[in-house]
Design a protein around this ligand. Structure first.
Ligand code: 7TS
Length: 413
């Protein structure tokens, strides 16, 4: 069970309430709102402890370094990574995934090698591989999705060959809410001698994650989707693989020695830490993790699943709606279309009711083609939403139907 006054932890809701336009925020898959705890931590850092890290010999810099490194330990603990040194801070999940593609893929793949992705990937786990495939001659293959929006592991088994070098899949789909069996996928990848990469952008915020239990070699996530600030993300990498990888960016902090024509590098994670990092972002991420852990990820998961199920049942009553969500495993993400109403019109009408949802292809164009739609509307729920938000959404959707449905227009006449 989670507290029923969670919403009051997030100042943005009282701000809009006080302006007379209460906010029903259903776009947390894009980014989440921030609790006061995180906002105050940023203010405190800049007002009391601001200094660059890993370079000052003075006390203030030492304090900044200590709290920055505490954030790394916190992030490691959050996903049960074996050691803090296996956590690389990045800008977001996109940068984490690009780091793997460039720093691992560019140097480990050769012509004819195969990388397996799935049909439900976000562009962040597709486009970097397109680029690397063009550079290396590697071939991309795809795990198929079945009619219930679940990955078909038989198609993974068929795709795995001795040429497979990596299997990279999304943990939780940002469109369908499907939770993919990444532990099983990892085991199959390893059996075939390939590494396993998990895009955790939509899992870290919503369900307990244990990278050692999953067994994956890389796991990417973003801070802003889990109550943290924008501009901070993380990549977990198996330490022995990180040690063999080339840097992603060169510059200050990531070196051991530099000569005019050559240089050698610091050990991971610093190999991948060129330049001044997002110090306040990492500290804000730590505050976000503290906040989520106090509530409990297991409780957050249960709450969202039941709210997601409730929303799916309630929205199914809306005339002409098509919901793209598995029957068995769904999080708080509900994508849908409504006959005769364009998703952008749905989102505009909902906006006039103070309801924020997303409409579009959700950076998953291949998945949209597979679903045979150009775009969908998507409501995504988080711990600060409740059944009253679902009711508001459902009645605003009913209103959209009555505005756009030709039959209803006749009735109104
Ligand atoms: N992977 C998945 C599964 C995502 O949902 C997203 C962002 C990313 C990667 C990239 O995350 P970023 O923090 O680097 O941008 N998804 C969405 C979304 O669904 N709406 O806006 C961003």
């Amino acid at each position: 069970m989670i507290r029923n006054n969670i919403k009051s932890d997030f100042p943005i809701f009282s701000y809009w309430e006080s302006r007379g336009k209460p906010l029903i925020y259903l776009d947390s898959a894009a980014t989440t709102q921030k609790p006061l705890r995180v906002i105050s931590t940023l203010e405190e850092y800049y007002s009391q402890f601001n200094a660059n890290v890993h370079r000052g010999t003075y006390e203030l810099s030492q304090i900044a370094t200590d709290i920055y490194e505490e954030a790394r330990s916190k992030a490691a603990h959050f996903i049960n990574a074996p050691q803090p040194e296996s956590i690389i801070f990045t800008r977001n999940a996109t940068e984490s995934l690009n780091l793997i593609a460039y720093a691992w893929g560019l140097n480990s793949l050769k012509e004819g090698d195969e990388v397996i992705l799935s049909e439900m990937e976000h562009h962040s786990n597709l486009v970097p591989w397109h680029i690397i495939a063009r550079h290396t001659g590697a071939v991309l293959k795809f795990i198929r999705m079945n009619g219930d929006y679940l990955l078909d592991l038989e198609s993974l088994k068929k795709n795995l060959t001795r040429k497979t070098k990596a299997v990279s899949v999304v943990h939780v789909s940002n469109v369908l809410g499907t939770i993919n069996p990444v532990k099983e996928i990892t085991a199959l990848a390893h059996e075939a001698g390939a590494i396993s990469i998990v895009d955790g952008a939509q899992s870290a915020p919503h369900i307990p994650v244990d990278v050692q239990d999953i067994g994956c070699d890389f796991y990417a996530f973003s801070g802003h989707k889990m109550c943290g600030p924008t501009g901070i993300g993380a990549l977990y990498g198996r330490y022995d693989i990180l040690e063999k990888m080339e840097p992603f960016l060169g510059g200050g902090e990531m070196i051991n020695e530099v000569f005019p024509t050559t240089s050698n590098y610091a050990k991971p994670p610093y190999t991948f830490a060129a330049g001044t990092p997002n110090i306040s972002g990492a500290i804000g991420l730590k505050a976000a993790i503290d906040y989520l852990e106090e509530i409990g990820l297991k409780d957050i998961e249960e709450y969202e699943m039941s709210l997601g199920d409730y929303a799916a049942h309630r929205l199914a009553e809306v005339e002409g709606i098509h919901i793209f969500r598995p029957h068995t495993t769904g999080t708080g993400v509900i994508s849908f279309t409504i006959d005769n109403v364009h998703p952008h019109d749905i989102s505009t009408i909902l906006d006039s009711e103070g309801i924020a949802i997303r409409a579009g292809h959700h950076c998953a164009q291949p998945l949209m083609r597979k679903l045979q739609v150009q775009s969908t509307a998507r409501a995504s729920f988080y711990l600060y939403n409740d059944k009253s938000d679902v009711e508001a959404l459902a009645s605003a959707l009913e209103k959209s139907v009555s505005i756009f449905s030709p039959r209803r227009i006749n009735v109104v006449k």
